[in-house]
Design a protein around this ligand. Sequence first.
Ligand code: COA
Length: 161
Amino acid sequence: MRRAGRPRAGRARYCAPVTVQVEILNGVTDEVVEAFGRLLPQLSGSARPVDAAAIDAINSSPAVTILLARCDSKIAGMLTLAMFPIPTGLRAWIEDVVVDQAYRGRGAGEQLTNAALRLAEAAGARTVDLTSRPSREAAGRLYERTGFQQRDSRLYRYSFD
Ligand SMILES: CC(C)(COP(=O)(O)OP(=O)(O)OC[C@H]1O[C@@H](n2cnc3c(N)ncnc32)[C@H](O)[C@@H]1OP(=O)(O)O)[C@@H](O)C(=O)NCCC(=O)NCCS
């Protein structure tokens, strides 16, 4: 699951050479808690802070795999893959994808997404779903680049508050 970030010829933007490594979160350390505290606000202004126990509880769910991307050995991004069986098969959802602003444009998002797709395929999922607001333009480009196609489907949400 490790691949060096590759330089893109012809791109106007300068990106320092960097190695991106993707790994599955196995244990919750102070470094992981710091990374969640740094990354979650960059994903959502309304995301509540999570402590070590909360991260451990999420990661202990059999349905959840949290992937971390490291750039220059620092945790630079994360993605949550949720997989659960339902009568029509194994469902797989990609959620909470975020890369630290300081490390964007170096392929971390792409490598996290591709790693999640490989895990879902290996687990037997036939499809992988995600949602993304149109205002998240970089995310839209990322998902289309990695092979996602928009579905003709209605997205519903029921809110309790
Ligand atoms: C969406 C997000 C996760 C993308 O992360 P990222 O690590 O910057 O993604 P990538 O580096 O793989 O791709 C970003 C760009 O860098 C380019 N890139 C990838 N690898 C590269 C490399 N080695 N050198 C130069 N450019 C590269 C990609 O082609 C892409 O260009 P584009 O946006 O013009 O199409 C990030 O912008 C983010 O966290 N946004 C805020 C939260 C969010 O919107 N999350 C998604 C929720 S649905």
